[in-house]
Design a protein around this ligand. Structure first.
Ligand SMILES: Nc1ncnc2c1ncn2[C@@H]1O[C@H](COP(=O)(O)OP(=O)(O)OP(=O)(O)O)[C@@H](O)[C@H]1O
Ligand SMILES: [Mg+2]
Length: 511
């Protein structure tokens, strides 16, 4: 079959480190296919796509579309050539409406100068209708779900008449249902003659939706296959160079003492029928990993916010070592030694434009001031050197954290949080967007915490992650805990699934 997009012998080296992010990469995409681009964190996938989208220029190599060689100097040129991209980390403006975000950079102008809001909304509404999205153009980004944000990103590409759509890890923060909806949309677009390049770490998705697969490892292409010819295990092997199976021992029960406890914690909102959190009670003890799972939308996010002190509760109490800490500030929680690895690591856990070094001291910068009130640069450098090596962070301490690969960004946050841990740590969706090797690293750190006697709470919608790690497993459904059991052979994936869907409930009727 004739090739539609051909990237030939692309190389890209990054200055500070001299790292070859792309090393003589050749990518071939056919018109009308969904082409999966896979590889471990840091393999060079985003770099390759940034080059295709004109965000960066390659050191060498060529790009042709429809047999014609192109110089793509910037994203506007890419748009003109019919290429659209959804970035790994959302760049939508929260305060703007859906329509304003969609037209941003390509705004319809009134009398050639003034932004024409009405026209923008009408045009965007037309794209939404044609593609049967469920979203209205006048809503603010801050009011919509992550699944809908993803739709906005796609609408943005379609508004610019993209023929080749690049999606860089669009599913890592979506729920199961949102992923299915996204895939339906992609299949629909393919029917209309579009072409998709999809980056994802979830191999089941690769199997499910792609026609062909290109595998990258350490900046190079290691394999190109028809999806039908390989299974998940084979893909994983090509990515990592070996197949990875997690099997960890459970924690000892001997040393357990309650560190954190929630008693009948509820959040009620006016005009909301049922409480958002409904009578949640559980203890997290030293030497224990408490796993809390559920389908997104059933209270996991709210529970995360409550434990992190970011959301006040309406009733109930929270204790830390028997002291009442109900509704104290996040700052006060930090001072008590709470470590927190948040779901939304880019908004909450770091700031993209600041350096790795600064991010490493974000929550403890007072420790790095000299008496006179200025920063002690030597101490900061020493600190970041130590953490970068201890956590095997692949990145220089002076570069903006936003330039690191997803796996390395998470390691920076992990290093910062775990370096200060006292007796309690909260992880929420810690491996979203991470590959197997990075996930394994995070799991090992979690186990290390447990072995040191720390109480670990793991909130995760990934059942396998919960089963692998947790000593005690709780399941949430509609804001309530519906199961709380020690992990064991009878607590299988299927059983947890039944609790997650509300088919089973151990506590109904109890108060
Ligand atoms: N602007 C930059 N400056 C310096 N180094 C960079 C820059 N962008 C990427 N890198 C480095 O290039 C390598 C490849 O990164 P890239 O983001 O392309 O990986 P990836 O395959 O997309 O990984 P992930 O799955 O984690 O997103 C990484 O080691 C990364 O730290
Ligand atoms: Mg990437």
């Amino acid at each position: 079959m004739e090739s539609y997009l051909s990237m030939k012998n692309i190389s890209k080296t990054f200055g500070v480190t001299g790292l070859k992010a792309n090393d003589n990469v050749t990518l071939d995409v056919r018109r009308g296919e969904i082409h999966a681009l896979v590889g471990e964190n840091g393999a060079g996938k985003t770099t390759l796509m940034n080059i295709l989208y004109g965000i960066m220029q390659p050191d060498s190599g060529t790009i042709s579309l429809n047999g014609k060689e192109l110089k793509i100097l910037n994203p506007i040129a890419a748009n003109k050539a019919g290429i659209g991209m959804v970035h790994q980390h959302s760049r939508l403006v929260n305060e703007f409406t859906v329509a304003q975000n969609v037209v941003l950079g390509a705004e319809p102008k009134k009398a050639a100068i003034f932004f024409d809001n009405r026209k923008a909304e009408a045009e965007v509404a037309a794209v939404i209708e044609k593609n049967r999205f469920h979203i209205s153009p006048e809503m603010k980004i801050s009011e919509i779900s992550v699944g809908q944000m993803q739709q906005v990103e796609i609408i943005k590409m379609l508004y610019r008449k993209a023929e080749l759509l690049i999606l860089d890890e669009p599913t890592s923060i979506l729920t199961e249902q949102e992923i299915q909806r996204l895939f339906d949309t992609l299949r629909e677009l393919i029917k209309r003659g579009k072409t998709v390049i999809l980056i994802t770490h979830k191999l089941s998705e690769v199997k499910d939706i792609s026609d062909r697969i290109t595998v990258m490892r350490k900046g190079r292409i290691v394999s190109v296959k028809d999806t039908a010819d390989v299974d998940e295990r084979e893909i994983s092997k090509m990515m990592v160079g070996k197949s990875v199976i997690f099997d960890f021992a459970k924690g000892e029960e001997g040393c357990r003492e309650t560190v954190l406890s929630l008693e009948k914690v509820s959040i009620r909102k006016k005009r909301q029928g049922h409480p958002i959190l409904d009578n949640i009670s559980f203890n997290a003890s030293s030497c224990e990993i408490v796993g809390i799972t559920g389908v997104a939308g059933n209270g996991l996010t709210e529970l995360e916010d409550v434990i992190a002190g970011l959301q006040k509760i309406s009733s109930g109490s929270i204790y830390h070592n028997d002291e009442d800490i109900t509704n104290i500030s996040p700052k006060a929680l930090r001072e008590r030694g709470l470590a927190y690895v948040p779901t939304d690591r880019l908004k909450r856990g770091s700031s993209l434009d600041t350096s790795v070094k600064e991010n490493l001291i974000l929550t403890s910068h007072h420790d790095f001031m000299k008496r006179c009130g200025v920063f002690d640069d030597n101490k900061i450098s020493e600190h970041s050197r130590r953490l970068i090596s201890e956590y095997k962070i692949d990145g220089h301490s002076d570069v903006p954290i936003g330039t690191l690969s997803g796996g390395n960004i998470q390691k920076v946050i992990l290093a910062r949080e775990l370096d200060n841990v006292k007796d309690f740590v909260l992880f929420s969706e810690p491996t979203w967007g991470l590959d197997v090797a990075s996930s394994e690293f995070i799991y090992e750190k979690m186990l290390e915490m447990r072995a040191r006697g720390v109480a670990v709470v793991l909130i995760s919608s990934n059942i396998d992650e919960i089963l692998t790690l947790a000593d005690t497993i709780f399941v949430m459904y509609r804001g309530r805990l519906v199961a709380g059991r020690a992990s064991g052979p009878d607590l299988t994936r299927e059983v947890i699934g039944e609790y997650m869907l509300g088919l089973k409930d151990d506590f109904r009727g109890e108060e």
